[in-house]
Design a protein around this ligand. Structure first.
Ligand code: IPM
Ligand code: MG
Length: 360
């Protein structure tokens, strides 16, 4: 089969890590008799430099015409980059939020899995790491605080900033259904994470998700407050299978979940709409401090490419091949700088891409 993949390399380490994922995809195509055509598109800071805006209509339109989007990362150093002297709606992050909204990518899947080979890199207590964990964080991506009305103005002589958090029942239901559907293919457990002891929006999340849960009698369903979840993730992450939550909580908890896997450089993600279309990107950021040094960990991006094959193209065997190749290099002891223990040999970004591609 032939697939067209929009490639948004973006800023910072984005170009380096996406190039490695393309290398692995090309090897997979060769091995399994497919063809992947990459359509290079600009978004984020690199788009600001060329077009004056972080996201153009052309990028949205071209991306939408492809079969899926593979993305690196966007943004720069918020303290020093000139991009952050622009007004907020013109900054790199606005491009990412804009494309999520424009392509209706409401379901963000962030798996956090502790590879047995990386137990040493896990910052948790040994007995917690020994139990391992394998969870799927499902974050609502096009609603809530990120997309509510916001403004800063003087009210009664006092400078005041307002951000609004809105969810309607339809937005909650469609992501809850996604969460339960995914749980059915996993260990059949869903934990809804909210702040229902304080927020009205969370109380609606509970009501709607309780209703959806009734359609999935096989799934063990529970609720947890977000502050408790932050604690449970470091105390007993093995308890989680699918974690279902709103946009802002999911942003924060997914970084926590990724860190306990050993490195944020390991965590892939998929952002899906109602169809098979999706945008696939590593959960980590653009890491401007290490950009261009060829030391970034490309594994999260390579695993994101595997998710693309699985979720958008239904190429399960091919996705398995990529995931197995990643497991193999880890088993053989290859480590990028973020994973290496002091004194251990470090593999560069492009070499890690080669090693994984060779094992497809
Ligand atoms: C993420 C990132 C983005 C988000 C930023 C860059 C806007 O942190 O994908 O988690 O908050 O969604
Ligand atoms: Mg984040």
């Amino acid at each position: 089969m032939k697939y067209r993949i929009a490639s948004i390399k973006g800023d910072g380490i984005g170009p380096e890590i996406v190039t490695q994922a393309q290398k692995v995809l090309n090897k997979t195509a060769e091995k399994f008799g497919h063809e992947f055509e990459f359509v290079e598109l600009l978004m984020g800071g690199c788009s600001i430099d060329v077009n004056g805006v972080p996201l153009t209509d052309e990028t949205v339109e071209e991306a939408g015409k492809c079969d899926a989007v593979l993305m690196g990362s966007i943004g720069g150093n918020t303290a020093t980059s000139p991009w952050y002297r622009l007004e907020p709606s013109k900054r790199p992050e606005a491009g990412l939020l804009g494309i999520r909204k424009a392509l209706k990518l409401f379901a963000n899947l962030r798996p956090a899995y502790l590879y047995p080979e990386l137990k040493d890199a896990c910052p948790l207590k040994e007995e917690v790491a020994a139990r391992g964990f394998d969870m799927m964080m499902i974050r609502e991506l096009t609603g809530g605080l990120y997309f509510g009305e916001r403004y800063t103005k003087e009210i009664d002589g006092v400078m005041t900033a307002v951000d609004t958090l809105t969810y309607n029942e339809n937005e909650i239901r469609r992501i809850a259904v996604k969460g339960f559907d995914i749980a059915m293919k996993r260990r059949k457990k869903v934990t809804l994470v909210d702040k229902a002891n304080v927020l009205d929006s969370s109380r609606l999340w509970r009501k709607v998700t309780d209703e959806v849960a009734k359609d999935y009698p096989e799934v063990e369903y529970g609720v947890m407050l977000v502050d408790n979840c932050a604690m449970q993730l470091v105390k007993d992450p093995a308890q989680f299978d699918v974690v279902l939550t709103e946009n802002m909580f999911g942003d924060i908890l997914s970084d926590e979940a990724s860190m306990i896997t050993g490195s944020i450089g390991m965590l892939p993600s998929a952002s899906l709409n109602e169809t098979k279309f999706g945008l696939y990107e590593p959960s980590g950021g653009s890491a401007p401090d290490i950009a261009g040094k060829n030391i970034a960990n490309p594994i999260a991006t390579i695993l994101s490419a595997a998710m693309m094959l699985r979720y958008s193209f239904d190429l399960d065997k091919e996705a398995d091949a990529i995931e197995n190749a990643v497991r193999q290099v880890l088993k053989e002891g290859y480590r990028t700088i973020d994973l290496a223990k002091p004194g251990e040999d470090q593999v560069k970004c492009d070499r890690m891409g080669d090693l994984i591609a060779e094992r497809i």
